[in-house]
Design a protein around this ligand. Structure first.
Ligand SMILES: NC(=O)c1ccc[n+]([C@@H]2O[C@H](COP(=O)([O-])OP(=O)(O)OC[C@H]3O[C@@H](n4cnc5c(N)ncnc54)[C@H](OP(=O)(O)O)[C@@H]3O)[C@@H](O)[C@H]2O)c1
Length: 248
């Protein structure tokens, strides 16, 4: 039986790199976007075993519709990657904590944390149906461990994501569901690299021991590795991918 991998927010950036990696390893890959046609179009570039579905993880009815489609078409999910994240907005990122509005905080938490919780909660019962269990990968970021001088709403949401991983790991380990947080430093995607000035990019390069940005493909290879049986006796871990910065 072919494995089914669901990757949220995968029409570009990290999600797309992971979709490519999992497609190349032969998995059936379901990618999601809030724009159905974009998801479908992206799939055509990946493999004939890829399906693009519409999903807004902040909308319960959209999640319900998505799950109905997954149940009907596949009846299983082997790997879930909660990649979808609130878009990087300079206007919010560079605010000091006392300047952040309740709405800005809640909007980010709704996508990164509540959305990941909501989807995990719906997909875990599908994983429990099969003796082989499953793997859930949540995408966090280094400030969720170390804190940062900016971006407090993102850090708060991603800290919750790390806790979500630990709960899944401990509550379902005996039923063969494993969970991991990929804790990312600066990865050059359109959402981050392209939205910074030349000076800001160089500053970000200086933050880590390797003195460079990570590539989405480097994260994708690690995601494929932790989802594989090579990681069968590890769960709940923070896998820090940051070129050697916080050394967690
Ligand atoms: N790049 C980095 O340096 C870095 C560092 C640390 C952590 N991360 C995390 O890594 C993940 C991917 O980042 P990226 O750089 O590739 O950013 P990105 O291109 O902005 O990807 C995020 C994706 O989330 C989806 N999304 C946003 N709101 C959504 C919602 N309500 N429902 C469903 N999907 C939604 C978007 O898809 P649609 O617009 O197509 O719906 C988008 O493709 C994010 O969780 C981010 O926080 C990235």
């Amino acid at each position: 039986m072919e494995k089914v991998t669901v990757i949220t927010g995968a029409t570009h950036g990290l999600g797309l790199a992971m979709a490519r990696e999992f497609s190349q390893s032969g998995s059936v890959v379901v990618i999601t976007s809030r724009k159905k046609r974009l998801a479908q179009k992206t799939c055509m570039l990946l493999s004939d075993k890829c399906q693009g579905l519409e999903l807004d993880i902040t909308d319960q009815s959209s999640v319900r519709k998505f799950l109905q489609s997954i149940r009907k078409t596949y009846g299983r999910v082997d790997v879930l990657i909660n990649n979808a994240g609130f878009p990087f907005r300079r206007k919010i990122w560079f605010k000091k904590l006392h300047e952040v509005s309740d709405k800005e905080l809640i909007d980010i938490i709704q996508v990164d944390l509540v959305g990941s919780f909501r989807l995990s909660k719906e997909i875990i019962p599908l994983m429990l149906r099969h003796a082989s269990g499953g793997v859930i990968i949540n995408i966090a970021s280094t400030p969720s461990i170390s804190g940062h001088i900016y971006g407090s709403p993102y850090s708060l949401a991603k800290s919750g994501v790390i806790c979500l991983t630990k709960h899944i790991a401990l509550e379902y380990a005996s039923q063969k569901i494993r969970a991991y947080s990929l804790v990312l430093g600066n990865i050059a995607t359109e959402a981050t690299y392209d939205s910074l000035s030349g000076k800001e990019r160089v500053k970000a390069t200086e933050e880590n021991a390797m003195k460079r940005w990570g590539k989405p493909e480097e994260v994708a290879k690690i995601a494929a590795c932790v989802a594989s049986d090579s990681f069968s006796y590890a769960t709940g871990n923070n896998i820090v991918i940051d070129g050697g910065t916080i050394l967690n």
